[in-house]
Design a protein around this ligand. Sequence first.
Ligand code: TYC
Length: 133
Amino acid sequence: MRYTRAMTNSISDIALPRARAAVPAMMADHPRDGGSSDTSILTKTAPKTARPPMYKVMLLNDDYTPMEFVVHVLERFFGLNHAQAFDIMLTVHKKGLAVVGVFSAEIAETKVAQVMDFARRHQHPLQCTMEKE
Ligand code: TYC
C-alpha cells in the first residue's frame, strides 16, 4: 500500500517522493498535536497510475514454415539476435509454441499483425497469437 501526503506545511517535505515518505502515518506531526518537525498527514490511497494490461505474443509450430523463415521473423519483428531467435524457433518446433515477447495491447496487436501479414505474403502458414498475461 502506498502513502500519499495529504497535507504539508513544511517546504522541506515537498521534495520528498510521494511513494517514499520518511515518516510512518502514526508518527506524523500535525498542527493540532503541537508537533515540531514534520507536519504532514499521510493517508493511504489507491495508486493513481495502474499498470496497463500486458499480453504474451506467441508463435505456433506447424509442419511447413521453414525454420530459417521463423528465425528471420524473430530477428526482424522482435529484435532478437540470431542465437536468441534460433533458440526460440527450436522451442516452438519442439514444444508446439513459445512466448516471444510481452507487450502492451497495442504493441502486441501490431506484432501479431506484422508477423501474420509477413507470413501470408510469403505463403507460409506460420501463426502468431496473443493472450492476456
Ligand atoms: N516445424 C517447422 C519445420 O520443421 C519449423 C517451425 C518452427 C515452424 C517454429 C513454425 O513457429 C514455428 N520446418
